[in-house]
Design a protein around this ligand. Structure first.
Ligand code: JFQ
Length: 292
């Protein structure tokens, strides 16, 4: 390792590694599930790393948290009950809390160390936990959904790490089936769905599983996050049988919502135009995704 640089090396992106200049290591620990590091970078603010993989940086976390939250929640008219699987840093909670129609926000995060570290080092991300509608469950999202009552949620957001390590099962068919069961008719799910530049094979499997399970719409969206591998990250947007959902047309705009801006400040990344644009795919990805 070059002194003072962190490189994100992983078999999930062979032959390449994004590097960030390190000013100071702020935290190093090992939870029951993964290695946890927080460091102060030279140009991206503080950085959270799990098992050597960048999860978020203060400078660009807005892109991921806003898109993974508002792509589903702005696609249905009146989200009330929302479930977050993963997302222990609290950033998705912060974004869900912008929606005044939401009455209940359940979050199931497997690793308590991620929650504690985020509250200590990323207060502007963990601020999401301050909302009174939030119920935190420390546990395995797979088990949580198996026990969830049928048709409970309007939306499920799966803010996971990669399918190597604790999040592996969140990319498999039984999990998607339990999500479908826990959603109401016309309910929506949004999952972290890797990179079209690096993981077309993983995406192909996810899309075909989702097409089998979710009988509403199934769409892949993507956006730019400079510190994620290949600089992009994707999302699977699926709706259950019942009320038709057109993910490409936001019916519940948040970007000009005064109450959201008053309570949480302006959105830094998401807006209604980038919502629709996120579903436009390059031909190499469209060929695979639309053919499944
Ligand atoms: N809430 C933190 C974001 C988790 N998502 C990341 C997407 C890119 C992956 N390589 C690592 C996890």
């Amino acid at each position: 390792v070059i002194p003072g640089w962190f490189s994100e090396i992983s078999p999930m992106w062979p032959g390449e590694a994004h590097s960030l200049k390190v000013e100071k290591i702020l935290f190093q620990g090992k939870s029951d599930y993964q290695d946890v590091i927080v460091f102060q970078s030279a140009t991206y603010g503080k950085v959270l790393v799990l098992d050597g993989v960048i999860q978020l940086t203060e400078r660009d976390e807005c892109a991921y948290q806003e898109m993974i939250t508002h792509l589903p929640l702005c696609s249905i008219p009146n989200p009330k009950k929302v479930l977050v699987i993963g997302g222990g840093d609290g950033g998705v909670l912060r974004e869900v809390a912008r929606h005044t129609s939401v009455e209940q926000i359940d979050i199931c995060e497997i690793d308590k160390m991620v929650v504690d570290v985020s509250k200590q080092y990323f207060p502007n991300v963990a601020v999401g936990y301050d909302d009174p509608r939030v119920n935190l469950i420390i546990g395995d999202g797979v088990a949580f959904l198996k026990n969830a009552a049928e048709g409970t949620y309007d939306a499920v957001i799966v803010d996971s790490s990669d399918p190597i390590g604790p999040a592996k099962e969140l990319f498999e068919k039984p999990f998607f089936e339990s999500v479908n069961r826990a959603l109401r008719p016309g309910g929506v799910v949004c999952t972290q769905a890797e990179s079209i530049w690096l993981h077309m094979n993983i995406i192909e499997d996810i899309v075909s599983n989702c097409r089998e399970i979710f009988k509403g719409s199934v769409n892949y969206a993507w956006t730019s996050v400079p510190t994620y591998p290949s600089g992009v990250i994707g999302f699977m947007l699926c709706s259950t049988e019942g009320l038709e959902v057109d993910f490409k047309k936001p019916v519940n705009p948040i970007d000009a919502d005064e109450s959201s801006i008053k309570s949480h400040g302006p959105l830094k990344f998401y807006n209604s135009e980038i919502h629709s644009a996120a579903f436009c795919l390059p031909s190499f990805a469209k060929k695979v995704i639309d053919s499944k």
